[in-house]
Design a protein around this ligand. Structure first.
Ligand SMILES: Nc1nc2c(c(=O)[nH]1)N[C@H]1C(S)=C(S)[C@@H](COP(=O)(O)OP(=O)(O)OC[C@H]3O[C@@H](n4cnc5c(N)ncnc54)[C@H](O)[C@@H]3O)O[C@H]1N2
Ligand code: MOO
Length: 390
């Protein structure tokens, strides 16, 4: 059996960064910038006031000094003229400073009488001027790749970039397999359960910036699985769930092979997730996840999420880890790398007492997957150990 790292290497070799598309700014949230974005202007484009007050020549400003107010500069309506000696301009936040001014005194630090102002004893040291280009200058860049968040979009809007070149969303087809499964909302027969894995995986995939499609459940027959694979046509990644193990009805691998899937590997030395398979199927990568619900979702975090990031051009990296101190002693670990449902709080990590890979309630209440390397020796409370945040 191969290791988790070896499996990841195989999976990365099945995918590459997708092509790009141009989208309006308002639709770019969460997308991955595929081309450096260059500012088309300076911001602010002029020296601007940071306060409501009076603009004047800083050299003349001191408590008790008097000035004559000769006009006004408001945001969007600058003052067309220059300040002379002893002159000030009424100015508002965001308005351009007039020629001859390099300081703004807040209106709280001034007493006004008609056109005359006197600087108060409370005068502070601030100049309250935002220099031209203080935020960014023409040609400054937001480098790709970058997943675009709210602040990025505001910045790019400010750079006057109404459209952005982003990576196309990976199209993922999700196929549940098994005679025992019905969709949520249907009435299950006495031997049936509700398909759940596809919904957890779709949420994960959509959150990563992919476009996941849940296909009809495939029955444990060759023809039903072939139909499902046919419906997956056009996907960049086809994910099956279940039917991956060694039982008489576990025929996903055989059916996929019959359809031309070139298998990259089958079985990984990890727990849960052992009967994982992957390969290339025409233009698409194919991953067969184990059916146990926790196994499918753990493989989603450990393998599928890094594959999606690679397709989005964010690099071929394992899921980012953190570390915490063990809350209690642990015995010697088993021969498979173990992703244990755990709770992290106040920097201490506690693996749950029950680690059955069928229990979604345990996974839903965990906030971490604690990683015990294969054959890890016994550990003591306080030892540092890695985990994947959930
Ligand atoms: N003799 C052996 N038996 C098993 C082995 C083994 O090595 N030797 N491996 C076990 C491990 S580990 C896992 S994991 C499971 C994986 O089996 P399959 O991938 O073939 O999955 P199924 O048998 O189809 O289903 C397992 C379990 O999960 C439920 N399931 C399946 N799909 C869904 C879905 N979409 N939503 C919710 N639940 C689902 C299914 O009903 C089963 O209960 O094999 C062990 N056996
Ligand atoms: O590896 Mo299975 O995935 O233990 O439950």
């Amino acid at each position: 059996m191969i290791t988790v790292d070896e499996a990841l290497d195989h999976l990365f070799s099945l995918v590459s960064p997708l092509d790009t598309e141009t989208v309006p700014l308002a639709e770019a949230s969460g997308r991955v910038l595929a081309q450096d974005a260059l500012a088309t202007r300076d911001q602010p484009p002029f020296a601007a006031s940071a306060m409501d007050g009076y603009a004047m020549c800083g050299a003349a400003v001191r408590p008790g000094a008097e000035f004559t107010v000769i006009g006004e500069s408001a945001a969007g309506h600058g003052f067309d003229g220059a300040l002379g000696q002893g002159e000030a301009l009424r100015i508002f936040t965001g308005a351009p400073l007039p020629e001859g001014a390099d300081r703004v005194v807040m209106q709280e630090d001034v007493t006004r009488n008609g056109d005359r102002i006197t600087i108060a004893e409370t005068l502070g040291t601030g100049h309250h001027v935002r220099a031209a280009g203080a935020d960014f200058k023409t040609g400054d860049r937001v480098p790709a790749p970058r997943r675009l968040g709210p602040a990025d979009l505001a910045l790019l809007a400010s750079m006057n970039l109404p459209r952005l070149v982003v990576r196309r969303k990976p199209r993922v087809a999700l196929i549940s397999t098994g005679d025992e499964l019905v969709m949520p909302g249907e009435t299950p027969g006495p031997d049936q359960i509700i398909a759940s894995n596809t919904f957890g995986l779709k949420a994960m995939l959509d959150g990563l910036g992919a476009e996941a499609r849940i296909l009809p459940i495939a029955r444990d027959t060759r023809s039903s699985l072939e139909t499902a694979f046919g419906l997956a046509e056009g996907a960049d990644l086809v994910i099956t769930i279940g039917g991956a193990s060694v039982g008489d009805h576990d025929i996903v691998g055989a059916v996929a092979a019959g359809l031309g899937m070139e298998q990259a590997f089958y079985k990984v030395r990890m727990r849960p997730g052992k009967p994982l398979m992957a390969g290339r199927m025409g233009q698409a990568a194919m991953v067969g996840l184990p059916g146990n619900p926790v196994s499918a979702l753990v493989c989603g975090h450990v393998f599928i999420a890094p594959m999606i990031r690679a397709m989005l051009g964010l690099g071929a990296q394992p899921a980012p880890r953190r570390s915490a101190r063990l809350a209690h002693d642990l015995p010697q670990a088993g021969p498979r790398e173990h992703y244990m449902r755990a709770d992290v709080s106040d920097g201490r990590i506690t693996p749950g007492p029950v680690q059955d890979s069928a229990l979604l309630s345990v996974l839903a209440n965990a906030n971490a997957l604690m990683i015990r390397p294969a054959d890890d020796p016994p550990r003591r409370a306080g030892d540092v150990i890695d985990y994947l945040p959930l």
